[in-house]
Structure formats: C-alpha cells, structure tokens
Design a protein around this ligand. Sequence first.
Ligand code: PEP
Ligand code: MG
Length: 758
Amino acid sequence: MNITWFEDLDKDDVAIAGGKGANLGELVRAGLPVPPGFVVTAQAYAKFMEESGLAKRISAVLSATDVDNNDELTEASREIREMIISTPVPETLAKEILESYRELSRRAGKDEEFVAVRSSATAEDLPGASFAGQQETFLNVKGEEVVDYVRRCWSSLFTPRAIFYREKKGFAHERVAIAVVVQKMVNADKAGVMFSVHPATGERDKIVIEAAFGLGEGVVSGAVTPDHYVIDKASNRLLHKEVAVKEIMFTKDEKTGRTIKVKLPPERAGEQVLNEQELAELAELGKKVEEHFGTPQDIEWAYEAGKLYLLQSRPITVLYEKEDREEESAGEAREVLVKGLAASPGMGSGRVKVIFSVKELDKIKEGDVLVTTMTNPDMVPAMKRASAIVTDEGGMTCHAAIVSRELGIPCVVGTGNATEVLSDGMEVTVDGTRGVVYRGISRMKEERRQEVTAAAAPKIVTATEIKVNISIPEVAPRVAPIADGVGLLRVEHLILGIGKHPMKFIREGKEEELVEKIAEGVRKVTQPFFPKPVWYRTLDAPTDEFRGLEGGEDEPVEHNPMLGWRGVRRALDQPELLRVEFRAIKKLVDEGYTNIGVMIPLVQHPEELRRAKEIAREVGIEPHRDVKFGIMVEIPAAALIIEEFLHEGVDFISFGTNDLTQYTLAVDRNNERVAKLYTEKHPAVMKLIEMVIKECRRHGVETSICGQAGSDPEVASRLVEFGISSISANPDAVQSIREMVARTEMRLLLDRARQDAP
Ligand code: PEP
Ligand code: MG
C-alpha cells in the first residue's frame, strides 16, 4: 500500500507510517480532531528506490565513500540527495499521491489545499537513531509540488549524519525506509492555547484558555495579548474572563501561503474571541486529550470555519509549580546565619569555603561561596569562580565590594563573624541586595536577579533600547545592569577559547561535550541578563580565523575568506555543527531561559533562513515560540529584498554594519590599504539601513544594529531618526550612546512640539 489515511493507522503502524504518522493515526482514532491527512508509506519509498534503479546507484556511491572523511561523506550525501530529488517518481505512485492530495483538498472543500509535508522516520524507536529520517518539514505546500516535497523528505534519509550513523552501527542503507506525512494546514480564524489544569496555581479542577483572532502564532509567540478564560472543569462553566485588545492578527496570505501580520480595526480588536459554546467545546477537547495521555496537557488549538482542530499537545511540567510552592514555604522559614553590608547586589547560592590565606585559593571551585576575613587582589581568580562572597571586615568601598560589583558577584561585607559562623561545606544563599546570608540553596536566584537589575537600572530612560555586544561571556554580569539586553552575543571567541576546532569535536563523536561547552558559555550571559533579551548569533567562522585551532588543518584555503565559506552558508553546508549550537540553545531554553533570540549571520536569501529554522526544529526548538528568530542584515542583497525575509518570518533584524559596509562599498574591512575608503557613513550604506528600518516598521518587526557603527554617537543619532528599535554598542560605549540617544529623542519630540505650536 502506497498511501494510508490517518484514520486507518494506529500506534503500531510505525513500520508503515513512521513514528509521526502512526502517532497521528492514534490521535484520530482517539476521536481527537487533528487536521486530516495521509501518509505516503515506507513501502512507497521502497518501491521508488527499486523501480527507479536508485538503490543500486546509491550503494555504488556509498561503497566508494570513506565515511570517516568528512569531505567525502558530505559530498556523497549531496550526490545521493541530488540523485533522489532529480529522479522521477514512478508514474503510478505520483498519480496516487496527487489523487490523495486532491481528495484531501476536496474533503477540505478546496481545489488545492495548502498542506504540510513531513518526513516520518520508521526507525525512531531505535535508540539514538531518531535522526535517521532528518525530520524534514515543508509548510504551505500546494498542488503538484507535493510530489516534489515527498521526494525531498525521502532524500532526508541520506544526510551525512544518517549515513555515518548507519555505517557505524552496521545498518544496511537499503534496508531503511522512510514515510512521509501529508497533512492539511489549518488556516485559523481563531486560535490559541489551552491548559487542561491551571498552569499558574496548579488547580486541577480548572481549565485555562487563551485565544486571539487569526493563526495561533500570535498567541504562541507572545506578539498578541490574548483573551484569557478560566473554565470550571466539571461543569464547563466560565468562571472568569479577560477580554484583551488584540491590535494585530496573524493570517495566511492566500496566494503565497505565507504568514502575514495585519492590524485589526479597534472595534474588532476589542471583541471577545470565543463564545460560550466554543469555550465548552474546547474544554471538552482539553479533558479528552488529558484523559488520552493521562497527564495535564498544554494544547495548541485552532478554529477554521467553525471547525475545531487540535494542532499540538504536550504534557505540562508540574515540577515548576511544586518547586515554587516549596520555595514559598522555605521563604517563611529561612534561617539567617549572618548579616552585614549589602555590597554587591544579587543572590548567590553554593557551598561555603572558608579561606584564610592565598595558599588556600584552590579550595574554591566554580559556584562555591567564598568566605574570608578580607579579599585582596591575589584572590581575584578565585573570586571569579565564586557564586557569592562574604567577608568579616570592610565597608562599601573595600576591595571585596568593588571587585564583586565589577564582576557582578553578590557580596556581603563587614559581617564581623562570617568566618566563625560559616564552615566548609555548608549550603548557603547570599542575598547581596539585603546583606544577609541564609541557610540552604535558593531556587529563586533568577527572580531575585531581575529585581536587582531593575534596581540598578540606568537613570536615563530612552525609548530606543540600548543594548550591548558581548564576546567574552565573563563581562556579562558587569554590563547587565546598564544595558537593556545583548544585541549580539558572538560565539566565535567562546569557541576559539576552547582551542579545538568544533568540527573536530564532531568528528571524534564528542558532540555532547561541545554542546555542554557552548551552553555553559552562553548561560554566563543569559543568566545575568535574564529576563532581558540576549541575541545569540550562530557561528560565523571565516576559514582563515579557524585554521589555527587544533583540528583546523582541514580548513579550505580561500582566495577571499571574507566573500567565502562563513556565516549561514557554511552552517548549512555543515548542519551537524549548527545542530550542536541549536542543541546548546535548546538546553538553555529547557532551563527556563525565555530571553534568548537566535540571529542568523550573513544571510543573502530567505531560503537560508528557512533552512536554518528547519534545523532548529530538528533539535526541538520552535522558532518564534521557544526563541525569537532573526537575521543579521549585512549583505546588501538581504537589505534590498528585506520584504521577502519578512514574509519568510523574522522577529527581528540587526544590521551588521561591519560587513554591510565592506560589501556595499567593495572595501575589504581587513585590508589597511583601502581602509581610508571604509566608512559606515557612506550615503549608500545609510540609505540601505534607512530603507530596511522603514520596511520593518511597516511590518512591525524589531530593528537593531550590532556593528561597530552602533557605538558611534553620530550614527546612533541618525538611526534614532530613522526609527530603529534598539542599538547595541560595545560595553564601553553603552553610556555615551544612551546619552546621545536620549538627546536625539528629546530633540525629535521638541521639533514636533514646535511644529505643532501655532
Ligand atoms: C558586522 O558585520 O557588523 C558584525 C557585527 O559581525 P562581525 O563583525 O562579527 O562580522
Ligand atoms: Mg558580520
């Protein structure tokens, strides 16, 4: 059987429909209203391989490939995927797929319905083999191209990683198969989320629903403030509602299938999204899904033309709720151990290490609480490792206080008796904002940090946000209080600092270690800035800079590395590395860092953005929901077709003027001979910037700058006039840029007031 409809599948059909297909079948059978669709079975794939003679040709390529040689492996993967994509699908099979697609469209009352085409791996149950089918997903596919995308999904069985894995595990390539799910896309007129228990209070007898007009993206991404309803689970009665003003809605452009944002007229914006009947229907669905999975669920739903669909469901982690409760009660019974002066704000928890001389510094491990009589300059390396510092002596300007403030480490000084009361190994929490040390480890560390940053916020308030560029994560705590976020977190230094080429980690099978190292570095920034945004830029590794690393000998020698293999173009050629970066980000997202944005460097075509998002999804990050997703505008091509990027979907853009200038003016930024021609203030560069800002403003998309030009007050002032949303400057320039921006904003207001005056 080449095609099977969802309703004919269940969870035992993994061999036919792959994991995803079988799961969808199971949900349909449970009576849950998932959008309809069918599966192009694993057997159809096998037939295609056999009938087209591809199986043999693929074997031939693979037997001539040394999978331990990365270049050969990449080349073999490219060649095979190309072969698959360009081989015609057997006529009868293509006809069957198209007929099923037409049937699906007919059922939806359309000639040609938009569908999602997704690979569905049959080997998902093999431990560690979940990538065997690289989880390709193509959205908004329509008409005859469905066949084409099915073939693309098939080709995902031959990514370099999948080939490598099968070789190493001794799985025969010709024995694996992949299914493809073809599912109707829902063009919602109302959508949102539902929690089958109250997510904030944990009450199991309540259901919470959030709803907005249009597609669910608005609610999920937080771009729209949704209506909020609380329902009594037993009676479906509406207990409480807050109807929000929903200024915009996300909707699908019927021609292109792309998501666009539209403004709602005031009378519509304030309308209640769901009526009582719909709320009751949703509540019923919530109960059914919870019952089916046996745990409270976080559900994405949509109404299209009066019909309710279940788009996604995940278990709610009740853990948080429990921890919060414990924390609250712990808060009531906290035991104060010592008190002193609040020398450096913030909360730090860890094990106490008491030291009396420099000779004992080695005792201090990462995260310990350093307790001593008084610190001195020799102690700085150990202070950097500490999560908090407590001293017996000293006032607000003593060494410990000054250094702790600079390093951003919570510190309590002048306690008088800390070295007596506290002893090695005790678990304590240091509250540097209040000058108190408690017994026990606090879990509210991050929340407290928010208070601290708010308290230490700069005096000058600007409407334009002033952010900071960070390359050395250790600097973050120091600048967090004075900046409104990180507009560029460069990962290159972090990786160069590791000393070993990232691809070498991957070749040696040490991906985990690399994920850990990146996560650790990035956490050093997301933590002190939380909840202010931190935009992580994916690796932009020019070949010449990375050749010096251990394992960097394989870097190709390029005539012009600046125009060569770097940024997203390289990342898409080496997706295994991009995947490692995204896994590190996913780790932090899972730890609750909701303040991360991902920024893709050196994009020149929306296709690159689309593919980067796919790779993010492969590791479980949903762009725009789990992280903000944006691009750097640093190639004139991207600036000139910015609208197409906006249609592809970005939460923000940031100007990389260092590159934008060199590519606009044809001036190598690293070549001192032409340095006199290099200026960001060239009218052509400024014109591109102005154009992009205006276009983004029309679409309500955030704009920023993270190139060096953002640290130039004169440029900053122009950017404010253009209407930029934020400016990211170097740490030392943050204050002066903030002043200049404030001045410019006031001048603009004053000009306007004078104009309006009679
Ligand atoms: C830029 O190009 O302006 C930028 C910020 O990126 P980088 O300097 O790292 O190339
Ligand atoms: Mg750049």
